[in-house]
Structures are given as structure tokens and as C-alpha cells.
Design a protein around this ligand. Sequence first.
Ligand SMILES: Nc1ncnc2c1ncn2[C@@H]1O[C@H](COP(=O)(O)OP(=O)(O)OP(=O)(O)O)[C@@H](O)[C@H]1O
Length: 287
Amino acid sequence: MTTPTVSATGLSLSYGGTRALDDVALRLSAGVTGLLGPNGAGKTTLLRVLATAVPADRGAFTVLGHDPADAAGRQSVRRALGYLPQTPGFHPDFTAFEFVDYVAILKERTDRGARHREVRRVLDQVGLADARGKRIKKLSGGMRQRVALAAALVGDPGFVVLDEPTVGLDPEQRMRFRELIAQAGEGRTVLLSTHQTEDVAMLCHRVLVMAGGRVRFDGTPADLTDRAAGRVWSSAERDPGARAGWRTGTGTFRNLGDPPPGADLLPPTLEDGYLLTLDEADTAVTA
Ligand SMILES: Nc1ncnc2c1ncn2[C@@H]1O[C@H](COP(=O)(O)OP(=O)(O)OP(=O)(O)O)[C@@H](O)[C@H]1O
């Protein structure tokens, strides 16, 4: 692997009796890494820790050579960071320009002229040049997510954290948004949390799967797909021996697990590899 830009070891964090992060280690490099996992897996908690929004109980990490263990290091990490949280805190009466400008001010951009040029640049980059002056409450869901992405990219951060940015977007908007994320991943490190396995298949050079606060898989999307090679088969009836199975649009069943002899094997998808990984992690798979 190329030199890591972000690395973490032994990250653990509990909320009361809930272990949201349990000894998480990772190494990220430039490009888009996907973070997949079911609800409650610990994805948002991991992103919040890496974004220095909440400290871990244990463990350590560095972002672009900065160690957030002390105040000066935390400030350096924050300067290198762009963050699109799960629920961006928009002020609905702000225009797109005002919101991104406000985030740029929080990022200590004090030179007004240079800051405004930067705000225009990122709004252009996400295709909102013509919507700069529109109030956020008047924008569609897809446009709002692009405003949030522009805010994450303002100031050209080296590490960008995106928490489920494609949620609620229709397929066309999602496709458009994926293109923007791919562009954002050129030459910088992007960590993208998502429930959409297609996001990962289309965008990511690496993927982490989390469940129960732990990293259950760390590799390429092709490796995750390969986990299901020889373990997906078709049958006319639901196969009781399958770990998971569901009826497809053609009326046949798609089964995952250990196929019976002579089974009609199907080519695996990334989603098959993901579901089998969750199953092996002892997490319920919804069929
Ligand atoms: N502020 C909090 N207080 C108490 N428990 C929390 C808090 N934040 C998260 N948790 C718990 O920690 C665990 C991990 O939550 P987290 O939000 O990180 O998961 P997630 O993978 O992002 O889930 P989702 O996909 O639903 O966003 C869950 O059991 C959750 O209920």
C-alpha cells in the first residue's frame, strides 16, 4: 500500500455500556475509501473521532502527520479536515454562498476577498454556480447535499470525511453526487460512510466493513466481492441450508452460504461479499 495519510490503532469508545468502537485500526491513503456497516455498527462514531469531534477512550491516530493528542495537533488536524456530517447544520435562511462562507470563516479564512473566491470555486466545483444566491430552504435535497459537500471541500482539505452523503438522493442525483465524490478523491484522502454497496463498487479503491464497533473487513472492493465467490447460487425454492436468501424479480431464489453439490452457482456481487462478512461477524442479515 502507498504511504498512509491517516492511520489509527486501538481506537475504542463506549457510551455507557455500549461499545461503539472496539479496538479499531486502519490505514487510509489518497483516494476514496468506503465505510460500510449496518445501523449502529459504529461508522458515525469512527468518523466523529477521526474528525476530532469526540475523543476516543483509548487508541491513537494521525492525520497527514498530525497527532491530535494535544491541542496544537488537534488544531492542525482540524485545519487539514473537511467534514460532511450526517445531518449538516444548515441555517435554512442562509443562501448557499452564505453557508459555505460561514464554514470558511470557521476554518479561519480571514482574508475576505480570497475567502469569497474560494467559496465561489467550491460552489462551481459542485455545480452550484447558478444557485449561489438561493436560500438553502428553497433547494432540493440533492442540491443541499452539494452545498454540504462544497462546505466540506472549502479550503482544499487533505482529508475529507463524508457521513452517508448519498442518503435520500434519487438514482440520478446519487450518480451525479458520486461523480463529485470521485473528483474530490483525486489527490486527497476521502472516507465515505454509506449503506449503498453500489457507492462502494463504483467509487472506492478500498472498503472497510464495520459491525459491532469492529472492523470486519479491510481490502479492495474486488476482494470483498471475492469473499462470495462460489458461495452464491440460484434455486427454484428457498434453500433451507443457505445463510441468507431472497426471492429475485424472476421468481427464483438467490442464496448465500455453502452451496449444496451441483448448485447453480451465480457470479458474486460486492453486496453478496458484504452480507456474508456481516453474517460471519455474527450480525443478523436481513434477507
Ligand atoms: N451520543 C451517543 N450516546 C449514546 N449512544 C450512542 C451515541 N452515539 C452512538 N451511540 C451508540 O453507539 C453505537 C454506534 O453508533 P453509530 O452512530 O456510530 O453507528 P452507525 O454505524 O453510524 O449507525 P447508522 O448507520 O445508523 O448511522 C450504537 O449502538 C449507538 O446507539
